[in-house]
Design a protein around this ligand. Structure first.
Ligand code: NCD
Ligand code: ZN
Length: 350
């Protein structure tokens, strides 16, 4: 039984850090583990231009603890009004690494998202030419569609069309949650990849709804049946470079989660790597964690792999019941529960 594991320092390829007080509270959690993170642009108003992304980047940099090296990798939020000129500007910027497609109404702060994907086909064409990756929240928004089927319907009707129409476009299907999504990505060409969150690897929908409703397990896409969780674990531990780490850590204050109409999003940045380590250990696949967490994402984004290492030790510890954000609270995933791996704090150079 391994008692410790040393990895190339990982990156988080899907992260929400918000702004203001929340940003200051959550960024140190990410920066203690990850060297870089793809920063989601779903602020209100959205980060839909290069200028706004650069301003947001400066705010994030201000929030990095002094003793940490951390690089935010910025993305742009696509709207019906996004222009091909803005894409050219984005491709020129060393700080913009991708654009995010939110179908309008699919999730938190997606109202300004794309109403019909065909509207942005000229923009996708430009992105394909410029080799700018497209990140997709892959769910339909039709209120007639069952919430548990929205990812599958999106893949069948919209994603397949995008992939066919733009065969050279690099695409990340974000936070995949179903067996069908895993199979789609596996069967697609090498320019199609996916991120997987810790909550979708750890839980099935019973963790959300059985024995009482647990709002801190509510995120979008919603957690699915056990057979889907198993397909996600199999993909994550497979060593297939198309699948890599993206926490989708999505902080919302306690009262916004514990409400008659609670926000979607799990806060996982406090123990992201430890949560993934738990999953890989249970599946006897710790030897596959480094590829998933530290290599495949960087390779896909054509960025150098990190040169530092981090070490996790086998040690049982208790996740805090909450973190403070001013006078408010943030409830982390697995609050008050025990985890069996813990990050050592020093970062060693290779
Ligand atoms: C995210 C958020 O809160 O910004 N919520 C979530 O449930 N994952 C948005 C998203 O990635 O869908
Ligand atoms: Zn997200």
């Amino acid at each position: 039984m391994a008692e410790k594991i040393t990895l190339t320092r990982p990156d988080d390829w899907h992260l929400h850090v918000r702004t203001g007080e929340i940003l200051k509270a959550v960024l140190p959690h990410t920066a203690r583990q990850f060297a870089r993170a793809i920063i989601m642009p779903n602020l209100a108003p959205p980060v839909s231009t290069v200028d706004r992304a650069l301003r947001y980047r400066s705010e994030i940099i201000q929030a990095i603890p002094e003793d940490r090296h951390f690089t935010p990798l910025m993305t742009l939020y696509l709207t019906d009004a996004t222009s091909c000129e803005e894409m050219a500007k984005a491709a020129q910027s060393e700080h913009i690494h991708a654009c995010k497609l939110y179908p309008a109404g699919a999730t938190t702060n997606s109202d300004a998202g794309v109403s019909h994907v065909s509207r942005i086909y000229p923009v996708l064409e430009a992105m394909q030419k410029l080799d700018l990756p497209l990140l997709i929240h892959g769910e339909t928004t039709d209120s007639d569609h069952d919430i548990f089927d929205r990812e599958k319907i999106f893949i069948d009707r919209t994603l397949s069309e995008i992939v066919k129409t733009f065969p050279g476009l690099r695409i990340v299907v974000e936070h995949v949650t179903t067996r069908e999504a895993v199979q789609f990505v596996q069967a697609a060409s090498a320019n199609i990849a996916a991120t997987i969150t810790p909550q979708h690897l750890l839980y099935n929908r019973n963790a959300l709804l059985a024995g009482g409703i647990r709002p801190h397990h509510y995120c979008l896409p919603i957690i699915k049946r056990e057979c889907h969780r198993q397909a996600l674990v199999a993909a994550a531990i497979s060593g297939n470079p198309k699948f890599f780490l993206g926490t989708d850590s999505a902080p919302h204050l306690q009262q916004r989660k514990e409400s008659a109409c609670g926000c979607a999003g799990c806060y996982t940045a406090h123990a992201a790597l430890e949560l993934y380590c738990e999953v890989f250990d249970r599946a006897n696949a710790l030897h596959r964690l480094e590829g998933f967490a530290s290599h495949y994402g960087a390779d896909f984004y054509r960025l150098p792999r990190n040169r530092e290492t981090i070490t996790l030790r086998k040690n049982t510890w208790q996740v805090p019941a909450h973190y403070c954000v001013g006078t408010d609270r943030l409830i982390p995933l697995q609050a008050g529960e025990r985890l069996h791996w813990q990050l050592s704090l020093q970062h060693d150079r290779l």
